[in-house]
Design a binder for this molecule. Structure first.
Ligand code: URC
Length: 310
């Protein structure tokens, strides 16, 4: 039979995987704000904060008098991103650690972790765009070839091509009913992860060159179009592809609207003119559509085994 006291061993606690996006705008800090032009920079982190120290009474008695709430740890990250910027993830985490260890006597240490997500500027007409970016190192090129009843169907595409524009996107004019709470906006972050597949009507001369061209067209359209809805952006991307590629009959898109919510920093006495965002992963809007040449014959056999579109 087991004997002896039962005691608390090692422990740590905090908030995991806080999605934090900071937009730095040239005019922020000088009365500027969302919509201001010029070059924007984005920093995108997933941050976990955990505290170590004397938290025994909470575990054994439910005494929370020393528990710096995980919610407070999360708020601290967002407020620090506003007040001190991010810079390198290491420096950001060092500042966070110092804040907790110096600020609470019983916090003796902790663990802070960040993943930084890389973004590149989208290139439009040979020029890096001011406020439109594509996530690095995630996307996948796809291809499906089917031979059905002696006919060959070729569908090319890409998936997980994540793009973001930090201004140049509005959403308003939608119907309001008793369940509508969404505020109208004339400036928001627009971000999506593009999954697209296009069907060839004729063989292109070079599949890889066509892939690169379609990708570049989609990205530059995303960057250049001042968007009134993700649906409008989707259609414009498809239209531009079809206008430039006679050999493509139709293109299907599935585009999640990756919502970025401005963090309310007012309780901490901080303004937030479009700088610090919570990047939510779910739920997300899901926009799906086919953009096609008028009058094309439908090819259900080509799409029958290609899931994820309408
Ligand atoms: O671009 C958008 N399209 C929508 O249909 C929609 N719905 C919503 O809540 N936000 C947005 N944004």
């Amino acid at each position: 039979m087991a004997t002896g006291d039962i005691v608390l061993g090692e422990n740590q606690y905090g908030k995991a995987q806080c999605r934090l996006v900071r937009v730095t705008r040239p005019s922020t800090g000088s009365g500027g704000g969302p919509g201001s032009g010029g070059e924007h920079w984005i920093e995108d982190l997933t941050v976990t904060s955990q505290l170590r120290g004397d938290f025994e009474a909470c575990h054994t008695e439910g005494d929370n008098s020393q528990v710096v709430a995980t919610d407070t740890q999360k708020n601290t990250m967002y407020a620090h991103a506003k007040e001190h910027g991010i810079g390198s993830p290491e420096e950001f985490l060092i500042r966070l650690g110092r804040h907790f260890v110096d600020g609470f006597d019983w916090v003796t240490g902790g663990r802070w972790e960040a993943e930084q997500h890389g973004w590149q500027r989208i290139v439009v007409d040979g020029q890096p765009h001011d406020h439109s970016f594509v996530r690095t190192g995630q996307e996948t090129r796809t291809a499906v070839v089917q031979v059905v009843d002696g006919r060959t169907h070729i569908i090319s595409g890409l998936t997980d091509c994540t793009v973001l524009k930090s201004t140049g996107s509005e959403f308003h004019g939608f119907p309001r009913d008793r369940y509508t709470t969404l505020q109208e906006t004339d400036d928001r972050i627009l971000a999506t992860s593009v999954t697209a597949r296009w069907r060839y009507a004729q063989l292109p001369t070079d599949f890889t060159a066509t892939y690169e061209s379609v990708r570049a067209t989609m990205l530059s359209t995303f960057a250049s179009l001042h968007s009134l809805a993700l649906q409008q952006t989707l259609f414009a991307m498809g239209k531009a592809v079809l206008e430039q590629h006679d050999e493509i009959a139709e293109i299907k898109f599935s585009m999640p609207n990756k919502h970025h919510f401005l963090v309310d920093l007012e309780p901490f006495g901080l303004d937030n003119p479009g700088e610090v965002f919570f990047a939510a992963d779910r739920p997300y809007g899901l926009i799906q559509a086919t953009v096609q040449r008028d009058g094309i014959a439908p090819e259900p056999a080509a799409w029958a085994s290609v899931a994820g579109f309408c």
